[in-house]
Design a protein around this ligand. Sequence first.
Ligand code: HMG
Length: 440
Amino acid sequence: MKKPISGFSKLSKAEKMAWLSQEYTEDPQGTIELLQSYWHPDPATQQLHEEFIENTLSNYFLPFAIAPNFEINGQLYAVPMAIEESSVVAAASKAAKYWGERGGFKATVLKTEKVGQVHFVCAAPEGVVQQFFEEVKSQILADTDELTEKMRSRGGGILDLQLRDKTASIEHYYQLHAAFETKDAMGANFINTCLEQMAKSLEILAAEHPSMQAYPVEVVMSILSNYVPDCLVRAEVSCPVSQMAEAGMDGEGFARKFVQAVEIAKEEPYRAVTHNKGIMNGIDAVVLATGNDFRAIEAGVHAYAARDGQYRSLSEAEIKEIDGELCFRFWMDLPLALGTVGGLTRLHPMVKLALDVLGKPNAQELMGITAVAGLAQNFAALRSLTTTGIQKGHMKMHLLNILNQLGASSDEKEALVDYFKDHTVSNAAVEKALTEHRNK
Ligand code: HMG
């Protein structure tokens, strides 16, 4: 039975590696060599990475790729993507090319408001907390002036502060519900700092206020919300259905089947989850490459997908007659609180490169690019699903992973990639073909 360790965080990196490899691996020397083999050759860069988090032993690589040919609002982008799953980048690239030939993508930022809350309890009778809040609201805001000065000079700051009475759901529970504009920063630190100041002011002002002295305010917690339904971007594409002939179907036939696939994902949660997972293939890959917080994005996006009480497709599609012509439109509104300053954006050299490649976008531009990557991904997946099926293209891209798992040499890989240009890829088929190739 293993024993807990005390003071692990205080050990040196070498001591941590030695402890881990001894206690938790069957090959201590091999483990240490493996961890070391993933260190960056430049000690300063290695140290930079180690300092991002705690108890770092090594680095964990993800591929960094580019999906070119994204025409967004008339501008051409090569979109950086960090992701481990085969066929995602190929799919995004293929969809970018497809829509580049049909007018490109349009991205529109609809709103940029973020939210934070001070959760507190107070046993004062109904109306007393509201009355107190009305009297002290301007003071609570004034107490944050120093903290918000810089953000205000950039055009951001606190947009609104409300008291929300939640006593109907939890006894004595209220919130200070604040809206923020954080410009090019994702804003988590700014928002949390403001909220903690508001919480302090709230407690002090309540203790001094005659009607509240008998009912102390107890702050439970102060924290931003990663649910940002008012920080919203729309990505869309459209074209006449006559331009969409596909896989033996005429354009209208394909477009109708596509719309049907989206409608199914609107109504059927089992399908909606997979449909949205496909969207997040694109979103997460860009969010990671640009140094943003993919957990926050994931949590917020999925909550948004369930905003009416049922989990649904994030994307929508329709066919409409415009000037006597049937037109296909495919779009998605997505809550994306992204930053292009702060966090990892200036620290991680690859993140800096990703943002440079995108032309140093501001947060709103990055929201648009990211949403478009999600829409492109969704289009590529649905296009495959409603025509050839997903396995054909996905397995074609997965071929090298299968060959690597089977220990194929470079020559064998080259021969088998060539062979599978006109054969269907599956694990069994690759294993068989490799064996036959070796026996030749
Ligand atoms: P294809 O028609 O065999 O590709 O498609 P192609 O060889 O004719 O090439 C056409 C273009 O595709 C290329 O143009 C590239 O843009 C791209 P080019 O560069 O030649 O001018 N492309 C590639 N880009 C980079 N590396 C490559 C590559 N190959 C093609 N090796 C493809 C093949 C996989 C693109 C297509 O079948 C496809 O889009 N499939 C969908 C794959 C997909 O959605 N993958 C996501 C993972 S599956 C999943 O997790 C989500 C899902 O469950 C979601 C859902 O259910 O909704 C499906």
